[in-house]
Design a binder for this molecule. Structure first.
Ligand code: ATP
Length: 309
C-alpha cells in the first residue's frame, strides 16, 4: 500500500471524467470525475442507492455511461478486461450452478491471460477442502470465497470488489483482507465497495464517499473524519441530571444520557464544554475525541441530505 500520490502526468489506473448514468428519472451516477493510481487501496462508501454498484459496473464495462468517459489503464474497460488487467468480485451472479468449485476455478484460470495455477488460487481463497462440492450447494460465505478465487485467478493489476466480505465469518474476513493487503503491497490497485466502515478505516488508504451519484468526500480516513468536523464529548454527572439544560448547550448535534453518563456530539467541542461548566455542573471523567469513520460518514451524508431537502 502507498499513500504517495502518483505524478499528475501518469496514466491513471482508473479515470472517470464527468460520467453520468441514469435509469429513467434516477441519476445513479451524476457527473462523477475521479482518478485512481497504482498501489492504492480505495474504499467506496455510500448509503443504499448512492451509486456504488453502478460505478463499479461502469468500470467493468457491464454498463455504458450516458455521457462522460471511463478509462481503465488508458483504454476502454472492455479492452482492459480482455488484456487480463482487471479481476472482479461482484455481489451476486458469476457462479455456474452445476459445476464443482474446482472446475469453476480451473475454468476461470483457463480464461485469464496471466493465470495462476488453479491449486494455488484455491489455497489462497481457502477453498481447497470444498473443491469437489457443487457450486449451488455452498453456504453464503463459501460462495464469497469462490468469487474471491475467481477475482484473483490471474495476475491482474486492478482488483474490484463489491461488498466482498458480506456473509464471511470473522476468520474468513481476516484471511481475505490479509490477502488483499499482499495484493496491494505488490503494487496492485484495489477498489472495494463496502458498508463495513471499520473495514474501510482499517484497510483503505483512500476513502471515497458517494451520495446520490456524486462524490461527497475523497481522502484518507483521517481526512474524512476531520471533514465531518464534529467531536464526541463524554462525561459522568453526579445526582439528578437536567437533560433539558444539556440539550440547550450550543453546537450540539446529538445528546445521549444513559444512567449518569452523558455522550454528546458537538460541532464546536470547546464552546460546548465551556457552556457545560457555565451550567454549574461538574463533569467527571471528561473525554473529548474525534469521530470514528462510521460517525463521520453519517454526519457527512446527513448534512448533505439536510442541504438538499
Ligand atoms: N437496473 C436498474 N434499473 C433502474 N434503477 C436502477 C438500476 N440499477 C440501479 N438503479 C438505481 O440507481 C441508484 C443507484 O443504485 P446502485 O445499485 O448503484 O447503488 P448502491 O450504492 O450500490 O446501493 P446499495 O448500497 O444498496 O447496494 C438507485 O437509486 C437504484 O435504485
Amino acid at each position: 500500500m502507498t499513500t504517495t500520490a502518483a505524478p499528475a502526468t501518469a496514466t491513471p489506473v482508473v479515470g472517470f471524467d464527468q460520467v453520468t448514468k441514469t435509469y429513467g428519472s434516477v441519476r445513479a451516477v451524476d457527473g462523477l470525475s475521479l482518478a485512481l493510481h497504482p498501489g492504492e487501496t480505495v474504499a467506496l462508501l455510500g448509503p443504499n442507492g448512492a451509486g456504488k454498484s453502478t460505478t463499479l459496473d461502469l468500470l467493468l464495462g457491464l454498463k455504458n455511461a450516458d455521457s462522460g468517459t471511463v478509462n481503465v489503464f488508458g483504454t476502454s474497460p472492455r479492452e482492459a478486461i480482455v488484456a487480463g488487467r482487471v479481476g472482479a468480485m461482484l455481489q451476486s451472479g458469476g457462479l455456474m450452478d452445476e459445476v464443482t468449485v474446482g472446475e469453476m476455478v480451473k475454468l476461470a484460470c483457463s480464461l485469464h491471460p496471466k493465470a495462476y495455477k488453479a491449486a494455488d488460487v484455491m489455497a489462497r481463497a481457502g477453498i481447497t477442502q470444498i473443491a469437489d462440492r457443487k457450486v449451488n450447494k455452498l453456504s453464503g460465505g463459501q460462495s464469497q470465497r469462490v468469487r474471491f478465487a475467481l477475482a484473483t485467478a490471474g495476475d491482474s493489476d486492478l482488483i474490484i470488489l463489491d461488498e466482498p466480505t458480506t456473509g464471511m465469518d470473522v476468520s474468513a474476513r481476516q484471511a481475505f483482507w490479509a490477502t488483499m493487503r499482499e495484493q496491494a503491497d505488490q503494487g496492485r490497485t484495489v477498489l472495494f465497495a463496502t458498508h463495513y466502515l471499520e473495514e474501510a478505516d482499517a484497510i483503505a488508504d483512500r476513502v471515497l464517499v458517494l451520495h446520490r451519484g456524486r462524490l461527497l468526500a475523497d481522502g484518507t480516513a483521517a481526512e474524512i473524519k476531520a471533514k465531518a468536523g464534529a467531536r464526541r464529548i463524554a462525561f459522568d454527572l453526579e445526582g439528578a441530571i437536567d437533560e433539558a439544560a444539556l440539550r440547550a448547550l450550543p453546537f450540539l448535534t446529538s445528546v445521549d444520557v444513559s444512567g449518569q453518563t452523558v455522550r454528546i456530539q458537538s460541532s464546536d467541542a470547546d464552546a460546548t464544554v465551556h457552556a457545560l461548566y457555565g451550567l454549574g455542573v461538574y463533569p467527571r471523567n471528561l473525554e473529548v475525541a474525534g469521530l470514528g469513520l462510521e460517525q463521520a460518514f453519517v454526519a457527512i451524508t446527513q448534512a448533505e441530505e439536510a442541504k438538499q431537502s
